[in-house]
Ligand binder design. Sequence first.
Ligand code: 4NP
Length: 193
Amino acid sequence: MLVAANKTWRQQETYSKPGWVTKPRLMTRATPQPIHRAMPRPAILFVCLGNICRSPMAEAAFRHEAARCGLELSVDSAGTGDWHVGKPPDPRAQAETLRHGLDISSYRARQINSRDFHEFTHILALDQSNLEDLHAIAPADAAAHLSLLLDHVERMEGQSVADPYFGDASGFEETWRQVTLAAQALAQKFRTL
Ligand code: 4NP
């Protein structure tokens, strides 16, 4: 089955303090809500260096897994660098993802920006260097929780998803294997939130 892994959704919610509503020049206590309604809808951003290999593959794998589990959340990906902004994923990333039934040809690379640290609840770095870069550029009042992708996979904690860009197709197979494991582990976590 071929699934268009769309990335058209853009998050609508505002991230005011849970339990409060903002009115012009007035802050009032909202009617108490069950905790799951007061929490912002999870919004997940996958980040690598170029946003043409690993993070779009992670985005597609997680979109697919989230849909399979019936999770309502938003998903996107970005790069810390700007070299490939506006470009589609690397043809090898597209081919490997398509081999697993997911079409990412409509994805376009973008660079992470300061708004992302407020609009996303969770930002997941594909490698340790990406994570360090994210910590370095995160605004002081960032709302997003930053973490390493494979820290969410049992027995893979602390590992990076290796950059397949300068290698051959086998590197992309390994990327797919790792981002799929991470997508499954993350979906399980968000199911129980
Ligand atoms: P990505 O891979 O970070 O997984 O998208 C790369 C893509 C491009 C470059 C490096 C890594 N580059 O040097 O252009």
